[in-house]
Design a protein around this ligand. Structure first.
Ligand code: UFG
Length: 324
């Protein structure tokens, strides 16, 4: 297949490009390099551009006949989305709309879309399956849910076929050490802990220890980046026989508290990790755990690296010798 990876210079997108190329697919990356990394663009052809540039998108689709598109390009910081909601709706909804309009014009039907557990808001039950009500707590979550609605409506009108994948907590890195997670500023727990262990950032603040969980800290479902990318490949195949709109939750179905993550990090890397206790971060639900039964049964998805220790070991390898 010839696959367009929008946002292919980012953390998840770059791992996706390596996987696609490794499986013999032709990859074209479209990325504005605002948060992505040029150094991560080692697989496929690269076209620099913005989803807000309709002419650039049109030229891209005129030049290449794509069999499918994977849309990773988005703004992803929950806190920032509360401060700058217009940017989030513009990027995550507006940008996706422009992409879909171009796909429709050029007759490209298949899309896999990066969605998030943030569309569910505070869980009403756990683990969270696809029937769980949607009640986002932030403009970020709302923007992803709106984009899903656009996909649902466009699919119902017969314009395209789409799978939305709702990621829980993506973490870890390419086991060969070629790619990793590098956000600026970094806000995610696992890379922050590794950076703190390396003395690159101040001690990590544990956001709240008075939650209604076993040890009082928030519980999350961490999923290895490579298992996440495998699900995208399976979704592309699924679309061949299953037109319309589908959505799948992706996690390992196992929760770890912040304190548990800390302990596994310290044990895996054999170093102390400096942390301090702090107040809650606004908008953090106590517990987010996925049911991925649907992805397992419909996509045939089977995570290969479900252990938190493996997730941390691969991330640690990259953080000790980051390529960028
Ligand atoms: N945490 C800390 N200190 C920090 C950073 C995080 O205690 O410095 C805690 C958070 O409170 C949370 C856990 O570690 O309980 C994980 O936090 P992350 O920031 O790594 O991830 P989130 O769970 O907040 O969010 C991630 C993605 C979102 C996505 C969400 C869905 O970043 O895009 O998962 O589950 F929406």
């Amino acid at each position: 297949m010839r696959v367009l990876v929008v946002g292919g210079a980012g953390y998840i997108g770059s791992h996706m490009c390596k996987l696609l190329a490794g499986r013999g697919h032709e990859v074209v990356v479209f990325d504005n390099l605002v948060t992505g990394h040029r150094e991560a663009l080692r697989w496929g052809r690269f076209v620099e551009g913005s989803l807000h540039d309709a002419a650039a998108l049109d030229a891209l689709f005129t030049q290449h006949r794509f069999d499918a598109v994977i849309q990773f390009a988005a703004s992803i910081a929950v806190g920032e989305s509360v401060r700058e909601p217009l940017d989030y709706y513009r990027n995550n909804v507006g940008g996706t709309l422009e992409l879909l309009t171009t796909m429709k014009r050029h007759g490209v039907r298949r899309l896999v879309f990066s969605s998030t557990a943030a569309i569910f808001g505070t869980p009403q039950y756990s683990p969270i399956d696809e029937n769980h009500p949607h009640a986002p707590l932030s403009p970020y979550g709302h923007s992803k849910l709106m984009a899903e609605q656009v996909l649902r409506d466009a699919a119902a009108a017969g314009h395209l076929d789409a799978v939305a994948l709702r990621y829980f907590n993506a973490a870890g890195a390419d086991p060969e050490g070629e790619l990793g997670e590098a956000h600026d500023p970094e806000t995610h727990l696992i890379p922050l802990l590794l950076k703190a262990a390396l003395g690159q950032v101040p001690p990590v603040t544990v956001f709240g220890s008075d939650y209604d969980t076993e040890d009082g800290t928030c519980v999350r479902d961490y999923i290895h980046i490579c298992d996440l990318c495998e699900a995208h490949l399976l979704a592309l195949s699924y679309l061949q026989d299953n037109p319309g709109f589908s959505a799948f939750n992706l996690g390992n179905g196992k929760g770890y508290s912040v304190k548990q993550v800390l302990a596994v990090v310290a044990q895996t890397i054999g170093r102390a990790v400096p942390t301090v206790m702090g107040p809650r971060r606004a908008g953090d639900p106590a517990r987010l755990i996925a049911s991925s039964e649907l992805a397992r049964s419909k996509l045939g998805w089977q995570p290969k690296m479900p252990e938190l220790e493996t997730i941390i070991r691969t991330a640690w390898r990259w953080h000790q010798a980051p390529g960028f």
